[in-house]
Each structure stands twice: as structure tokens, then as C-alpha cells.
Design a protein around this ligand. Structure first.
Ligand SMILES: [Zn+2]
Length: 238
């Protein structure tokens, strides 16, 4: 009768041992970027004729969903002052100007304006308080799933707006395996981007790193404006 619990505890010890070894393999730094208020993310409609208005509407909707996804995760993790982790979304129409209450703008471009081939397949970027989403690269990399790609890229770039860096390992074989398997990567900030956008998710370690940056005051923690670094999400290299 005591055989089963003994076996069970052996299994538990073995799995704790292996996850401990796995946990040592990565780095997950923070960057020099902090939000200094309850943030309002403003998605700005593109004036480009290249993009169909139904696609533009969907990109705006994905932007709002991305903000809601982070808000839900951060508020879920907070027992007392859930309002300290409030996040707002605003839509800026193509004929409207960006308003003063926008903390971060989300902008849609066909491809990066940088010259140089190295960055030509960039999916998104965060610089100078703006998230850039490059929809042509999303289409060429993700095909039919490009809208999901855009959704997950915005969530990823939002991670940079909080101050999260990239979750990385030095082991390229391991990176490739994680980026191509069916399971979710260990972090939404995992670089390179997963070949399947559907499995990219905000994980517990992402939420805990945001909480460790801001502490109990949430987005009220910092009042001083700080310069933002240029952070870029690169796609998978084959
Ligand atoms: Zn990134």
C-alpha cells in the first residue's frame, strides 16, 4: 500500500531536479526603460493606401487585445491594489493627431525604415516611446498567421515598454529547438521569435520580472522620465 506514494515522490524529485538544471540556462535582463505613469497605449491608424481598411481595423483590434492581455496578467498577479496595474487603450484615427495622454504609440509600417539588410526582416521594434509593427514582414514570415504574428509582436514589444529585455540562452541549438517545437517558449520575451505565433504567451516569469521592476506601487513606481533604448525583435533565422 505504501509503494505508490513512494513512487510518486520519486517522480516529483526527478522533475524538480531537471527543471532546476533547465532554469540555470537562461538570462533575462531588464533594460533602461520604465513607464512613469499608468500607461495609455495609443494605436495609430496607418495613412498608407497599401493596407486594406479591414486589415487595419483588425490590427487596431489586435493592439487593444494585446493591452488587455498584459493588463489581465498583471492585475491577476496583484492581490491588493489591482488599479496600480491599470492600462489603457486608445484608438487614433488616420485623420486624428496623437493626443497628450498617449504614453506609448503603436505604429504600423510596411517595413523598417532602416537601411541595411540585417534588419530587413524585423517584425517589430520599440524606440522613442513608440512600438513599430512591420506588417509586410509579418506577412512574409507568418503567412496566413500574420495577424496572430502582429498580436504577439505587440505583446512582446509592450514587454520592452515595461523594461523587459530578451530572454536568451547562449545555446543556439536549444534556441532553435524552442523556436520550432509545439510548446510555448518559456517567455514572451524569448528571442528569436517562435515560428508559430499562436504558442507565444505571457508567462509567469514575465509577470514576475515586471513586478520586480515596479514593486508594490505598480506603474506609479517611477515619476522621472528616462530615455528609452532601441530594442528590436528579430525573426527566426533559418
Ligand atoms: Zn524584443
Amino acid at each position: 500500500m505504501t509503494f505508490f506514494p513512494l513512487l510518486l515522490s520519486l517522480v516529483i524529485i526527478v522533475s524538480i531536479g531537471s527543471s532546476y538544471a533547465y532554469a540555470l540556462e537562461y538570462t533575462y535582463p531588464t533594460i533602461n526603460q520604465r513607464l512613469t505613469e499608468i500607461p495609455t497605449y495609443c494605436a495609430v491608424e496607418s495613412i498608407s493606401d497599401d493596407i486594406e481598411s479591414s486589415d487595419m481595423d483588425e490590427m487596431m483590434a489586435k493592439s487593444e487585445l494585446a493591452v488587455m492581455a498584459w493588463k489581465e496578467k498583471l492585475q491577476e498577479s496583484e492581490l491588493i491594489n489591482k488599479e496600480f496595474w491599470d492600462m489603457k487603450f486608445k484608438k487614433i484615427g488616420k485623420n486624428e493627431s496623437v493626443t497628450d495622454d498617449c504614453t506609448i504609440t503603436i505604429l504600423f509600417r510596411d517595413d523598417p525604415e532602416f537601411s541595411g539588410s540585417l534588419l530587413s526582416k524585423t517584425l517589430g521594434a520599440f524606440m522613442r516611446n513608440s512600438i513599430y509593427v512591420y506588417y509586410e514582414n509579418q506577412q512574409s514570415i507568418y503567412g496566413d498567421k500574420w495577424m496572430d504574428g502582429i498580436f504577439k509582436t505587440i505583446i512582446h514589444e509592450m514587454g520592452h515598454t515595461f523594461g523587459l529585455g530578451h530572454y536568451t540562452t547562449d545555446d543556439n541549438d536549444y534556441n532553435r529547438k524552442v523556436a520550432t517545437r509545439d510548446q510555448s517558449p518559456p517567455s514572451i520575451m524569448f528571442a528569436p521569435a517562435h515560428i508559430n505565433p499562436d504558442v507565444r504567451k505571457i508567462t509567469e516569469i514575465d509577470v514576475q520580472l515586471v513586478r520586480s521592476i515596479y514593486g508594490s506601487y505598480g506603474f506609479h513606481a517611477f515619476s522621472e522620465q528616462r530615455p528609452s533604448e532601441i530594442i528590436i525583435e528579430n525573426p527566426i533565422c533559418h
